[in-house]
Design a protein around this ligand. Sequence first.
Ligand code: NOJ
Ligand code: CA
Length: 677
Amino acid sequence: MKSSYAFPVFLALAFGSTSAQVHRVSSPGNIIEVTFSLEKGVPYYSVQRMGREVIQPSRLGYLLRGQAPLDRNFSITSATTDHFDETWTQPWGEKKHIRNNYNEFRAELEDDHSRKVKIVFRAFDDGIGFRYEIPSQKGLDRFEIMDELTEFKLPDDHMAWWIAAYQWNRYEYLYKHTHVSRFDTVHTPLTMETKDGLCLSIHEAALVDYPSMTLLRTDGTTLKADLVPWSDGVRVKAVAPMKSPWRTIQLADTPGGLITSYLILNLNEPNKLGDVSWVKPGKYVGIWWEMHVGKSAWGEGPIHGATTANAKRYIDFAAKYGFSGVLVEGWNVGWNGDWTAGGKEFDFTKSYPDYDIEEVSSYALSKGVRLIGHNETGGGVLHYERQLSDAFAYYQRLGIRAVKTGYVQWGTGIKRIDENRKEQGEWHHGQFMVRHHQKVVGEGARHHIMIDIHEPIKDTGLRRTYPNLMTREGARGEEYDAWSADGGNPPEHTTILPFTRLLAGPMDFTPGIFDLLLKDYKPNNRVNTTIAKQLAHYVIIYSPLQMAADFPENYEARPDAFQFIVDVPCDWADTKVLNASIGNFVTIARKDRNSEDWYLGSITDENGRVLEVPLSFLGPGAKYKATIYGDGTAADWVDNPYAIEIIQQDVDNATTLTLRLAPGGGTAARFTPITRH
Ligand code: NOJ
Ligand code: CA
C-alpha cells in the first residue's frame, strides 16, 4: 500500500566545509542502499549492496539544445521518502503473483536558471531504479535533449556479456564475454559478474516515449548513457511534463537471482487496458521454418508457402495436437522481389491469389484454432502505419487475435519523412521507433490483437502496462540455424540468453526443431543441439506465445519426444532457477498456471555435465509421476544429436535427480501429481 509518512531510512547530512548534501535510502530488507548527493551543486548517486560499493559516485543530468547544461548549480528544494509494498497479479506470465516492495527517495532540484528537475530513486532488495522527471515550467515545455549524462561508474573491471550497439543487424549478434574494459558501446541488458560472483545487470524499465539507452564506456570502467539519436542528432524530442524511463541495476548473489528478479516489471505501471480476458498465451505452429530452410518461399511462384491447402494442413495439425495458433508468413502482397528494400510494396489486407484468407481463417475457427497474422514491414514504417487501423480491423473480423510484426532493415534503415519533407533513416532503437511500437500496441488493444515483434525495440517490461504486448525476438533466434553463414547459434548461446536478452522479457525464439541436420534442405547448416535440448528450451526460454517451429511431419516422425511439446504450457504460476552458470549451464523449474504440474528444463553448452537437482520445489507430501526426456547415453550434439532417452519414475520433493547432459545437450521433464483413489 502506498504511504507517505517520513520513512526512517532517509537521512540528510550537511557536510560543514564542502557544501555537499547527502541523502540515503535503503531497500526494505536493508540489502541495498542508494546515496544521492549534490557536490557543489552537481548531482551524483552511488549504490552499495550489503556494505559493498557496486556503483561509485556517478553523474546525473542532461544537455539540452539551446540552453545551459542541466547538470550543475542545483540546490535541493524538497526531499521526500515513501514506502511501497504490494503484491500484484500478472494476467499471464512466468510467475503469477509478484511482490513490489521498495523504499523511494525523491529529490526536487532547482538550478541557477530556476529550472526544476526531479530525480526519483527506488531501492528494492534486488536492485534499484531511478528516473528523471521534468515538470511543466516556463521555458521547458517543449525541449530537445542532446545528451543524457547518467553514469554508471563500476568499481572494478568485471566480466561482462554484451552485444555491441549501433550495428547493422540490430540485436542479432552472439554475445561476447570479456572484461568491461574491452567494449565500446553496448546494448542493455548488460550483465556482469564480479570476481567474487556478484551478478549485476544494467537495463531500463518503461521505455514509452524516449530512445533506447545504450551504454558507452567513457573511460576505464565508467559507463555513460548513450541514447540512440534521431537522424538529426537530437536524442529526445520531449514535452513537459516528461518522465524518463527508469534506469535499472539488478543485483543478485547468483545468476539465477537475476532471472527471478521482477524489478523491471515492478517499475512499469499497472495494466492500462482493463479487461484483458481476450489476451491468451498459447503455443503455435506455422508456415515459417519452410521458408527459412528454403523448402518454400514467401513470394509468389511454384514454391509459395502460404497457400490455402498448406495453411489447412497446418491447421489440421494444430487442431489435432492442441496448438491454439497457426502463423502464416508470405500471405500478403509485397513479398515478391527484395522485400527488405523499404517495404513499400506491402499491402496488409491483400492476400496472394493462391491464399484465400477468408476461407483459411474460417476453417481455422471451425477447428478451434486461430490464425496468427503476419506484418513484415521491411522497415517501411510510415507505409505500415497508414494501413494499420484498417489491417487490424480486418484481422479482428477474421478472428485473428495475434499479429507478428517484422522490421527487417539494416543500420539506420527505417525511413521517416522529416519536417523539410526529406526522407531520413532512423535507427531501430531511437525514439521514432519507440513511438511506432506504442502505436501498434495501442491499435492492437483497440482490436483485441496481441503483438509479437520481430526486429523490435528491446523489452523494458511494458507488458505489465499493455498486456497485449506479448513477446518479441530481439536476439539471434532459431532462424540463424537455418541459414547463418557462421554455422548458426553455438551450443552456449541459449545458456547466455536467460541472463542477458531474457532479463528484459519474453523472447519469441521459435524453438523445437527435430530435423536437426537439415539434410534435405540445408546440408551446410544444422541445429547445434541434441534433440532433448530442443525440448528443454520450452522451459528455459520463456515466451507466452511459444512456437513449435518444425514441420508437422518431423514431429509425427518422433511422437514420443513430441509429446513434451504437446504437454508443456507457456503460462506459469511460478519460476525457480535450480542452478546456473552464465554461458555454461542453467536449470529452471516452472509450475503450470492451470494445473499442479511442474516442468523442468536443463541445458548445457558444448560441455557434457552431470547435475544433481533436488526436487524440493514440488509440493510437500505429494507423489509425482516424472516423465524425463534426457540425452541418450551416447548422445552428443556433434555426431549423435538424435539419441534421446525417455523414462518415467515416481518422485517427491525429497528426491534428487541426477541429470546427465550430453555435450550440447539438455533434459526436459514433466512432473504430474499422482492422484490417490
Ligand atoms: C525475420 C524474422 O525474425 C522472421 O521470423 C521472419 O520470418 C522474417 N523476418 C520475415 O518476416
Ligand atoms: Ca530476426
